[in-house]
Design a protein around this ligand. Structure first.
Ligand SMILES: C[S@@+](CC[C@H](N)C(=O)[O-])C[C@H]1O[C@@H](n2cnc3c(N)ncnc32)[C@H](O)[C@@H]1O
Length: 297
């Protein structure tokens, strides 16, 4: 947290002190009078709009694909790389040349649009990294990466390690689904929830949440932030070091550590408390503040 603007540090501390409580009613008197959130860049004292009070441990910000459209429009990346494409919702948010990896594409609409180049590799990511050279397509490395493939922690860890070495120092790596909102969806095997979970009964994040505390422990040089993007958060990692061998040297011990982690013991509360949380709504309302946190240049 030491490299963050003071305005955010204070807000993060305050957010961490707020105990979880039930979601408020749909409308309250306060909410009936919309107020503009403060600009982060203004360095004014943060209000609750900047770092929204955590009324529940839910990522209830902007839908992650809408946030990606905003990132595309604001940062204008020149190269996008993703692991896990499925229907193509995430790649569709970006307009620059893209490389997509998935062993089983299920594209159901035009995800190419006006993009000059889109490369599809229908293969598991481990094989992609062994058999292909992303730098052959993106000579300077990808500007934006999105890791959303197999939802098991050791897969995400490898995807992170393999992606980081292909990045440049200002690349951003986004990781999906690291903030599950119950233990059922965070199991290593996908099991549907009961009707009490309503719309979310089919949701599965797997145990990729473990990669966040693991990176914090082994790679304190990385900058790790959480955007509160719905439905299960968007972690963004910057200050990458493509030369780092720390994770590959420690790989087998680190995988043992991953196996030993348990969300019931670790708690969802701790996940939220240990990562600086940024309001996606506030950032989108103040695009001038985006580069305080995310920049590729
Ligand atoms: C949650 S979906 C991706 C959703 C997409 N990123 C989006 O936002 O619309 C996960 C995808 O990961 C793919 N996947 C599973 N195992 C994988 C692996 N080993 N390497 C790469 N992708 C994998 C699945 O086929 C599935 O399409």
């Amino acid at each position: 947290m030491t490299d963050m603007p003071a305005v955010l540090r204070n807000a993060v501390r305050r957010a961490a002190q707020i105990a979880p409580r039930p979601a408020p009613p749909a409308t309250t008197q306060d909410e009936s009078v919309p107020q503009a959130p403060p600009s982060l860049a203004s360095q004014r004292a943060p209000t609750r709009h900047l770092m929204q009070d955590r009324t529940s441990l839910l990522a209830d910000g902007v839908l992650y694909t809408d946030f990606f459209k905003f990132v595309d429009a604001q940062l204008r990346p020149k190269a996008y790389f993703e692991v896990g494409t499925h229907l193509g919702r995430s790649v569709k948010a970006f307009s620059c040349p893209a490389v997509c990896v998935d062993p089983h594409f299920m594209l159901d609409q035009d995800v190419i649009g006006t993009r000059a180049e889109t490369h599809f590799y229908q293969t598991p990511s481990d094989d992609f990294f062994k058999q292909n050279d992303l730098r052959g397509i993106f000579k300077s490395g990808p500007d934006i990466c999105f890791l959303d493939g197999m939802h098991r922690s050791e897969y995400l860890l490898r995807d992170f390690m393999n992606t980081e070495r292909l990045c440049h120092r200002r690349s951003l790596i986004f990781m999906h689904d690291c903030f599950p909102f119950n233990a059922r969806m965070a199991m290593r095997t996908h099991e549907a929830g009961d009707e009490a979970e309503g719309h979310w009964a089919g949701a599965w994040t797997g145990d990729v949440w473990k990669v966040v505390p693991l990176l914090q422990a082994h790679r304190p040089d990385l900058k790790i932030l959480l955007l509160d993007c719905a439905p299960t958060g968007l972690v963004v990692v910057s200050n990458l070091n493509p030369e780092s061998t720390v994770l590959s040297e420690r790989y087998s011990g680190v995988v043992d550590d991953l196996r030993a982690m348990d969300l019931e013991k670790h708690t969802i509360r701790k996940l939220w408390d240990d990562v600086p949380v940024i309001s996606s709504h506030s950032l989108m309302q103040h695009p001038e503040d985006l580069t305080l946190f995310l920049d590729i240049n």
